[in-house]
Design a binder for this molecule. Structure first.
Ligand SMILES: [Zn+2]
Length: 422
C-alpha cells in the first residue's frame, strides 16, 4: 500500500474525530460539566457508543471483565499477532473532553479508514478503550490497563469509594464478574507493540509550533511528605533570633527545591503543591509546617539522585534552624521509557506528514506505564491549547486532531514489527 495515495478529503479524519469527541463528551453525570467515572451509568453509555463505533469500523468488539472496551480488526488472515492502539475514556471531575478520548477515537477512525478501503495489513489491530486511567473513584490509577497487562492487583478489589462501595461490589453491580478480571490479560507474544496518541497536557509543542511530537518516556514520580516542627510563640514578644519558625523553614525548603530543579536542564521538575501551617493564626509564630513534594524526571537514576539531594538539603535547613524533621516517601512510580524502535517509526511518520519530528518526555502518567509490562510502548503527543488539561478549557484544534490522525494512520500502515521480537 502506498500511503501517499490521495484517498480522503482534507481534514476528513479530523472532522470525524472532533464530532465524536463532542458526542462522547455529552455523556456526563453532570450536564453542566464533564465527569465520567469508572463503573457508573455514564461509563456504560460511553462504552456502548464506543463499541458501536468499533463495529462500524469493521472490528469485532466487546467489553472485557474490568469494563474496558476491546475491538479487533483482523489482518490478512485471522489470528495474527496484533498491534494494540488505545487510550482511556474515563475522566477526572469537571474534565476536558480530549484527555483520553482523542487517542481512542483517533485509533477507531484510523481503523475505519482502512476498513472503508478494504485494506488488510500483515498483522491484526486491536483497539482498547481503558475504563479507568484517572483513578478518581477508587484512588488507584491504571486499573483498566493493569488488567490488560496482567498486573491487576486483586487486593484493590477491597478498596472502597467515598460512598463505601468496594471495587468488587461496583464491578458486580456493573454486571461484570470480578473473578474473571484475569481473563482481560494479554501475553507479550500476542502483541507487536502498544501505541497511544494523547494530548500533551503541557505547553512544549505549542512553544515549538508543532502539532505533534514523539514521546521519549513517561516520567517516573516520587512523592514525599515533609513535616517541620519548631516552637509556636507570640508574634510580638519572641525576638527574631530566638524563634524556631517552622513555616519560615518550609519556605526556605520550597525555595531550594525550585532552585535545584531550575538549575537542571534534563527535564527534572519539582513541585510543592500543598502546605499547612499550625496553629495558623496571624499573630502566632508557626510551630509546625507540613508540605508535600512531587518530583519527576525522564530517568529513574536522575530522579532518585535529585530526591536524595533535596532530602539532604532539607535536613541541613532543619538542623540549622533547629527544627524537627520527618520526611517520608508516600508514592513512587518508575519511569516507562518508550521503545527506541517505535520512537523511530513514529518520527518517520511525523516527518513523512511534513512535520519536524520533535522528542519530548511525558510528565503526566499514562496507560503505557502499565502496558510496558506486556508490550513495547510508543506514544504520540498532540498539541493542546496553552498546555491546559484536566479542565473544561482543554482544547485541540481541528487541524491538529487531523494531523495526529494522519500520523497515526501512516505509522500503522507502514508499521514494521521489531525483527526477532516474535
Ligand atoms: Zn489521559
Amino acid at each position: 500500500m502506498n500511503a501517499d495515495t490521495p484517498r480522503r478529503e482534507d481534514l476528513q479524519l479530523g472532522r470525524e474525530i472532533v464530532g465524536r469527541i463532542n458526542e462522547l463528551a455529552a455523556i456526563s453525570e453532570d450536564p453542566a460539566r464533564l465527569t465520567r467515572l469508572f463503573l457508573t451509568a455514564e461509563h456504560r453509555a460511553a462504552a456502548e457508543l464506543i463499541l458501536d463505533w468499533m463495529r462500524q469500523a469493521g472490528m469485532s468488539a466487546h467489553m472485557d471483565p474490568i469494563g474496558n472496551v476491546r475491538g479487533r480488526y483482523e489482518g490478512e488472515r485471522d489470528g495474527l499477532p496484533a498491534l494494540m492502539l488505545g487510550s482511556h475514556y474515563d475522566t477526572v471531575v469537571d474534565a476536558g473532553k480530549w484527555d483520553g478520548p482523542l487517542g481512542l477515537i483517533t485509533a477507531i477512525s484510523g481503523v475505519a479508514d482502512l476498513h472503508r478501503l478494504g485494506l488488510k495489513l500483515p498483522f491484526a489491530i486491536e483497539v482498547v478503550g481503558f475504563a479507568d486511567e484517572e483513578g478518581v473513584r477508587f484512588a488507584s490509577t491504571l486499573l483498566g490497563s493493569r488488567a490488560v497487562a496482567g498486573t491487576f492487583d486483586e487486593s484493590v478489589l477491597s478498596v472502597r469509594d467515598r460512598a463505601g462501595i468496594s471495587l468488587r461490589e461496583a464491578v458486580k453491580a456493573f454486571g461484570l464478574d470480578p473473578g474473571q478480571i484475569a481473563k482481560a490479560a494479554r501475553v507479550r507474544g500476542d502483541l507487536l507493540g502498544y501505541l497511544e496518541l494523547h494530548i500533551e497536557q503541557g505547553p512544549v509543542l505549542e512553544q515549538e509550533n508543532l502539532p505533534v511530537g514523539v514521546v521519549t518516556a513517561i516520567a517516573g514520580a516520587t512523592r514525599l511528605a515533609a513535616r517541620l516542627t519548631g516552637m509556636a510563640g507570640h508574634a510580638g514578644t519572641v525576638p527574631m533570633q530566638l524563634r524556631r519558625d517552622a513555616l519560615a523553614g518550609a519556605a526556605e525548603c520550597i525555595h531550594v527545591i525550585e532552585e535545584l530543579c531550575r538549575a537542571d536542564a534534563s527535564g527534572l521538575v519539582g513541585t510543592v503543591g500543598y502546605i499547612h501551617a499550625s496553629p495558623g493564626a496571624t499573630n502566632v509564630i508557626p510551630g509546625e509546617a507540613a508540605f508535600t513534594i512531587d518530583m519527576r524526571a525522564p530517568s529513574d537514576i536522575h530522579r532518585e539522585r535529585a530526591v536524595t539531594g533535596i532530602v539532604h538539603r532539607i535536613e541541613e535547613i532543619a538542623s540549622r534552624r533547629q527544627l524537627g524533621l520527618q520526611i517520608d516517601v508516600t508514592h513512587e512510580n518508575r519511569t516507562a521509557p518508550c521503545a527506541p524502535w517505535l520512537r523511530a517509526q513514529i518520527a518517520e511518520a511525523i516527518a513523512a506528514e511534513g512535520f519536524r519530528a520533535f522528542d519530548l518526555p511525558s510528565g503526566a502518567g499514562h496507560d503505557g506505564m502499565a502496558m510496558i509490562d506486556v508490550a513495547d510502548v510508543g506514544m504520540i503527543f498532540v498539541r493542546c491549547r496553552g498546555g491546559v488539561s484536566h479542565h473544561p478549557d482543554e482544547h485541540v484544534e481541528l487541524a491538529d486532531a487531523d494531523a495526529g490522525a494522519r500520523v497515526l494512520l501512516r505509522l500503522v500502515e507502514n508499521f514494521r514489527p521489531q525483527t526477532g521480537a516474535q
